[in-house]
Write a protein that binds this ligand. Structure first.
Ligand SMILES: [Zn+2]
Length: 232
């Protein structure tokens, strides 16, 4: 019998994975998967007037509320907003978590981003996956994980060279996703960027592209785009 299916989404900041992949996470939860959201940072430096301490507490609370709606378990790693770099301290921390959670699917940021934290998250996640899979990396006596499928979520800040490849029909979970989205002040329009307008529009566009109402699109590595066929 096949083991438990586990989806782990890794975001640089709270709200990143909820906005770009939240509906997809909820869909997997409803299909019986275990779903986790790993936040490398709280995104605590994203408010013009609140201090990082104040805003960090707010964003943690918002992420917990959103995760409850999405049926996901949130994990908050102790790294700082705006200071993510590709370093093994973070990759090993995440790799230990991967060995604990044992994902079958991982979602993270696409690499070409206007935010250096997002680009770092892409590389950190790939390096952590490598550490977690290879048995020769001893990470507190944890057991290596098997092969994981890796997808990159569509984020307005990570759009350069983003090539959508896998589309998930989110029509039936759209309303609950919007509720989770609205747990964040920035998701309710209380910020400078119109997040909901962008994500709602983008999921509608992706839906039109595949003939459904709303869809979330994901990129894959180039080697994941090989289809073997006997005849065209
Ligand atoms: Zn972010």
């Amino acid at each position: 019998m096949e083991g438990k299916q586990v989806l782990v989404a890794v975001g640089a900041h709270t709200a990143d994975m909820e906005f770009s992949a939240g509906a997809t996470l909820l869909k997997h939860r409803k299909a019986g998967w275990d779903v986790h959201i790993v936040h490398l940072t709280l995104g605590e430096k994203g408010h013009k007037t609140l201090s990082p301490l104040e805003y960090g507490l707010q964003k943690k609370r918002e992420a917990e509320e959103a995760a409850a709606i999405l049926g996901a378990v949130p994990h908050f790693l102790p790294f700082k907003d705006g200071e993510l770099t590709v370093r093994d301290e973070i990759a090993r921390h995440l790799a230990r978590l991967f060995r604990d959670l044992r994902p079958t699917v991982i979602i993270t940021h696409w690499k070409d981003s206007i935010h250096t934290d997002h680009t770092a998250c892409y590389h950190i996640t790939r390096r952590a996956r490598f550490f977690a899979t290879n048995p020769h990396f001893e990470l507190d006596q944890t057991l290596p994980i098997g092969y994981t499928r890796l997808f990159y979520a569509e984020n307005w800040e990570d759009h350069q060279n983003f090539l959508p490849y896998v589309y998930v029909d989110i029509t039936d979970v759209f309303d609950d996703w919007k509720k989770a989205f609205s747990c964040f002040a920035i998701g309710r329009g209380e910020g400078t960027f119109p997040y909901w307008d962008w994500y709602q529009s983008q999921t509608r566009i992706r839906g039109i592209e595949v003939g459904v109402s709303y869809a979330q699109a994901f990129a894959v590595d180039q080697e994941g785009m090989r289809l073997k066929k006997e005849l065209l």
